[in-house]
Design a protein around this ligand. Structure first.
Ligand code: NAD
Ligand code: DAU
Length: 366
């Protein structure tokens, strides 16, 4: 069992990162440590996700720094200033379609950014052969997409060979390899988790579920790529966050853990379910909404099926997904219905203006 003290969370203003910070402050009964959140606040990073945390814990147990994980001096300063013992590395460019349009930012943040953090950790922690037994840990958040695409049967296990097929997944695979290389070469204590598709509150509305919820509410066409039969394994974000905490506390150094929802859905069937839930809650006619489903050109290189075998984390750490899909989707739809201000402020540019006014490009931490 590890004791956590000062956790550097990267990308904590994004979808999963902000859910993770909420989870630690609100649901982790052992929580008595500090969180330092570095986020560059790109289009998907949103400080509104953490307003309540900032209000309650800001300057005491929670510290936000606007900054780029590729900035080696800044990252080094953060390790020093806050005496970081744990890194939970979420920061990434995360959307496959954007990576197809322009891979450059993905290579910079996902590969160079991960390298910068690994090197800062290695230097600050002065790793030696015995360090594997000490209290420090670098946990890297990765994805099931590094394993490639499955046919109709089979599952990704921790030993499935890597076969990334989009610029996004290729950069995540590269970062996984760097993390393991730092473990093997420099004995840096690391863990990696490879998770399936997350859904829940605070997800940027470019990803399938929030995009469809908003289009349903606004009567817009519902764009389904290809034949709509691609399969994803969906997990409620809080189940993912709980798995990460289990790994931080009890995970074995040098190991990777697959995390999945045991919940495979063809996109088109997921969409039918989402329409029924959203239409019911919003008082809209589901039949009319189904008529707005529009089959569009497929995503280039679209992976057919992802499915995770989570038996290792279940066996070793006693974790399992707890939120069933109907319940998780209902909570998610309700969250979007109750937070239309959040959507509007992203869309009308007010939030960006506020960031530009209140945050300089690079925070000085010392
Ligand atoms: P997201 O895009 O919502 O959030 C990413 C965050 O990283 C944003 O706040 C962004 O501002 C920040 N960021 C980007 N570049 C940065 C940089 N150079 N320096 C500092 N901060 C930067 O993504 P997400 O969906 O929350 O994903 C988080 C992590 O989880 C990613 O590593 C992703 O690969 C992984 N993951 C996501 C899913 C999923 O379904 N969303 C599933 C498995 C793994
Ligand atoms: O598997 C984990 C990955 O899940 C994460 O690593 C990524 O960061 C995350 O973005 C997600 O990738 P996907 O490409 O699976 O998610 P996305 O929400 O973009 O798409 C889900 C499926 O829905 C996919 O088969 C493409 C399809 N799709 C997506 C959009 C946005 C559509 O049919 N129409 C759409 O408009």
């Amino acid at each position: 069992m590890r004791t956590l003290k000062n956790i550097l969370v990267t990308g904590g203003a994004g979808f999963i990162g902000s859910n993770f910070i909420h989870y630690l402050f609100e649901k982790d009964s052992n929580f008595n440590y500090r969180i330092i959140n570095i986020d560059a606040l790109n289009y998907a990073g949103n400080l509104m996700n953490l307003n309540d945390v900032e209000e309650k814990w800001g300057g005491k147990r929670y510290f936000f720094v606007k900054g780029d994980i590729c900035d080696a001096v800044l990252v080094h300063d953060l390790f020093n200033k806050y005496d970081i013992d744990t890194v939970v590395h979420f920061a990434a460019e995360s959307h496959v379609d954007r990576s197809i349009l322009g891979p450059g930012d993905f290579i910079k943040t996902n590969v160079m950014g991960t390298y910068t953090l690994l090197d800062a950790a290695r230097n600050y922690w002065k790793i030696s052969d015995s360090s594997m037994e000490t209290g420090v840990l670098f946990h890297h958040i990765s994805t099931d997409e590094v394993y490639g695409s499955l046919g109709e049967t089979g599952y990704f296990t921790e030993t499935t060979p890597y076969d990334p097929r989009s610029p996004y997944s290729a950069t995540k695979a590269a970062s996984d390899h760097l993390v393991m290389a730092y473990n093997h070469t420099y004995r840096l204590p690391v863990t990696i988790s490879n998770c399936s598709n997350n859904y829940g509150p605070y997800q940027f509305p470019e990803k399938l579920i929030p995009l469809m919820i908003l289009n349903i509410l606004e009567g817009k066409p519902l764009p389904v790529y290809g034949d709509g039969k691609n399969i994803r394994d969906w997990i409620y974000v809080e189940d993912h966050c709980r798995a990460i905490v289990d790994i931080l506390i009890r995970g074995e150094r040098g190991c990777k853990y697959n995390i999945g929802g045991e919940n495979e859905w063809e996109n088109i069937n997921l969409l039918y379910l989402l329409i029924d839930i959203t239409a019911k809650k919003a008082g809209i006619d589901p039949v009319a909404v189904k008529n707005t489903i529009t089959y569009v050109c497929d995503r280039p290189g679209h992976d057919r099926r992802y499915a995770i075998d989570s038996s290792q984390i279940k066996k070793e750490l006693g974790w399992k997904p707890l939120v069933d899909f109907q319940t998780g989707l209902e909570k998610t739809v309700e969250w979007y219905l109750c937070n239309l201000d959040w959507i509007n402020s992203i869309r009308n540019g007010e939030y960006r203006k506020w960031i530009a006014k209140n945050y300089t490009e690079r925070e000085t931490v010392i």
